[in-house]
Design a protein. Structure first.
Length: 136
């Protein structure tokens, strides 16, 4: 009986969310490339572009965290760190492009503010949802 309990196939491995997160980081990078192409070539641009730049990372973040039910019970530290990486994939290249294009200080401040706003909004909503619904 003890041999059966010691078998490795019966032991559950701890959940590792990073494999899934790396996939979403690759998706975010591809989305970023498409977004830069849309902005550069002014495809479908106009006044809708800032909304897409702000909403796309938030939608991807929620999809990343609520794609699997186990992600809702992750520690806040893991959630905050992985969310920071995801949003950095979007915003740091955009901030660098704005800086290289000699954007004004106001435009750079808007980009940094969008990063901070997306981070705070996403993290607070995810924390509230994961605390209020542990069965997600």
């Amino acid at each position: 009986m003890q041999d059966l309990l010691n078998e490795e196939e019966f032991l559950k491995k701890p959940y590792n969310p990073w494999k899934l997160f790396y996939t979403f980081y690759a998706i975010a990078f591809i989305q970023l490339l498409l977004l830069v192409a849309l902005i550069t070539f002014d495809i479908g641009g106009g006044p809708k572009t800032p909304y897409v730049v702000f909403c796309l990372p938030i939608v991807t973040a929620f999809t990343m965290f609520f794609f699997k039910k186990k992600n809702a019970s992750l520690p806040v530290r893991t959630t905050a760190f992985s969310l920071c990486i995801l949003l950095s994939i979007y915003y740091i290249p955009l901030i660098l492009l704005a800086f290289l294009a000699e954007a004004t200080n106001n435009e750079l401040a808007i980009c940094i503010g969008m990063f901070a706003g997306s981070y705070i909004l996403s993290l607070s909503i995810m924390a509230m949802l994961s605390r209020s619904r542990p069965d997600l």
